[in-house]
Design a protein around this ligand. Structure first.
Ligand code: AMP
Length: 481
């Protein structure tokens, strides 16, 4: 069906044409008429399917009638992360060029007072992360009793981040008679439970089977030793030998590993930037901008930080760690192979990861092929070592260790979901009570090139810093005065 048949207003259709969209995506085709008919919608769709426009376009159409009152937003969109919230705000700017609507963003890490001032002026669309929204509400600066439409986006990620109790509280603050749009990429039982709690007689719109991976993405696994330095060596080799690598997102399970890997890649002179919850908002925004514009080729990120980011043409995704939850694998590799482009997703696997890999293969309903690593790996790995897969370590005295004895009780591989969840809840949850104080960043991703220290302590993976890299993978060097 063309856009013109969906029931959208002329102003919205003009904005859609200006955006260059010729036809609606399947989620837009199915969801937009239902939203305009004031039905509750349960949308099962991953990012990259056009789901943001599926709710933004009808909302703009509906908001053309009526006007906002002070401190009483007319519509509310809940997002799990600041970046997603900011992205939705950008969509309102893009599709709402012909509208004069007040859109406010309530996220942590930025000034509370500025947000408060905006609320006083009256808001048509409020886009918020749960913590900061509740902060405003508890301070009495926000009344949710005028909300006519509520969007709960990325519900499965909200669940992962422990936001469901907050969402339940927020749902009690908005009118029972509101319209609710609920989007999730997957439908685990807990999401089914909350969907039936929050939605009234919803229309179910599903655009792809939950947990399907993008067909245009070539997926493979590569074996590595268990030690972090061995994994870093494998990663560097993968980056250097990757075919058609334009840019890549590298995923770590925990934010502290993001920082370590980022520093290591920097030392090895890759053009790299980090994205995780301990960076303040301006550093995160700047990091993303640089990556989007192609000024930086590699982005090291945690699941939370990178969730749902719309970076249209990422050529490669590297999983530095196998994700603990198979769903995360689907989300991660969904960063590449978008919008009809082909993509490559490579996962580094240690001997401790085989169960997690089996769970991923079960979820996606297909085996993932193994590729050979040029880097030595554990001899106790379950996968048979293929001829040619091993080569001598590049430096005498460096060897792969079996690994088991070297791991402490809190080593990475042995951490359970509890730890992961704790790390994942990161900044957005800390918005509670933190008000305007942004956490001090513990990495400085935008720093210019550092001069290499004269006699650095030798880290196991520092040896091949001098290896030739394609120019675009080199981090920019600040010109000497
Ligand atoms: P989303 O799934 O909301 O993250 O959207 C993914 C990308 O698809 C965004 O970059 C949108 O600009 C783009 N997009 C949304 N709707 C359409 C459409 N109908 N035709 C082409 N691109 C679209």
């Amino acid at each position: 069906m063309p856009f013109s048949h969906l029931g959208l207003s002329d102003k919205v259709l003009a904005a859609v044409a200006a955006a260059g969209y010729t036809s609606p995506t399947p989620i837009q085709d199915q969801a937009i008429p239902q939203v305009l008919a004031r039905r509750d919608v349960l949308g099962i769709a991953q990012t990259g399917t056009g789901k943001t426009a599926a709710f933004v376009l009808p909302m703009l159409t509906m908001l053309e009638k009526g006007r906002a009152r002070a401190r009483m937003p007319r519509t509310l969109i809940l997002e799990p992360t600041r970046e997603l919230a900011a992205q939705v705000q950008e969509s309102f700017s893009k599709y709402g060029v012909n509208h004069r609507l007040n859109v406010a963003l309530l996220i942590g890490g930025v000034s509370f007072d500025n947000q408060d001032t905006k609320l006083t002026r009256g808001v048509d669309v409020l886009i918020a992360t749960p913590g900061r929204l509740l902060d405003h509400s508890e301070r009495g600066g926000l009344l949710l009793t005028g909300v006519e439409l509520l969007v709960i986006d990325e519900a499965d990620r909200m669940l992962d981040m422990g936001f469901i109790p907050d969402i339940e509280r927020i749902c009690k603050l908005v009118p029972f008679t509101r319209q609710t749009l609920f989007f999730t990429a997957t439908m685990p039982p807990e999401i089914q439970r909350i969907a039936s709690q929050f939605l009234h007689n919803p229309v179910r719109v599903e655009v792809s089977r939950p947990a399907t991976t993008v067909a245009a993405t070539a997926q493979s696994l590569v074996k590595s030793g268990r030690e972090p330095h061995q994994k870093r060596e494998v990663l560097r080799e993968l980056i250097r030998s990757a075919e058609g690598l334009k840019n890549a997102i590298i995923f770590c399970n925990r934010k502290r590993d993001v920082a370590t890997l980022y520093h290591s890649l920097q030392r090895h002179r890759f053009s790299v930037i980090a994205l995780h919850g301990d960076m303040d908002q301006s550093a995160r925004t700047a990091a993303l901008d640089q990556f989007r514009k192609g000024e930086i080729s590699l982005l090291v990120a945690s699941d939370v930080a990178a969730r749902g980011l719309d970076i249209p043409d990422v050529s490669h995704v590297f999983n530095f760690d196998v994700p603990h939850h198979p769903d995360d694998y689907v989300h991660r590799i969904g960063r590449t192979g978008r919008a009809g482009r082909s993509g490559t997703a490579i996962t580094i696997v240690t001997a401790a990861d085989h169960k997690a890999v089996a769970a991923i293969e079960k979820l996606i309903g297909q085996p993932i092929t193994w590729r050979q690593s040029e880097v030595p790996h554990d001899i106790d790995a379950e996968e048979p070592v293929r001829a040619g897969a091993l080569r001598s370590p590049s430096r005498g005295g460096k060897s792969s260790r079996g690994g088991k004895s070297s791991r402490g009780p809190h080593s990475h591989d042995q951490r359970g979901h509890g730890q992961r969840d704790h790390d994942q809840r990161d900044h957005d949850q800390r918005d509670h009570g933190q008000r305007e104080k942004a956490p001090a960043p513990n990495v400085t991703p935008l720093q210019g090139a550092r001069r290499r220290p004269p006699a650095p302590p030798r880290e196991p993976d520092r040896d091949d810093v001098q290896t030739h890299l394609p120019a675009f993978l080199l981090r920019p060097i600040r010109a000497k005065a």
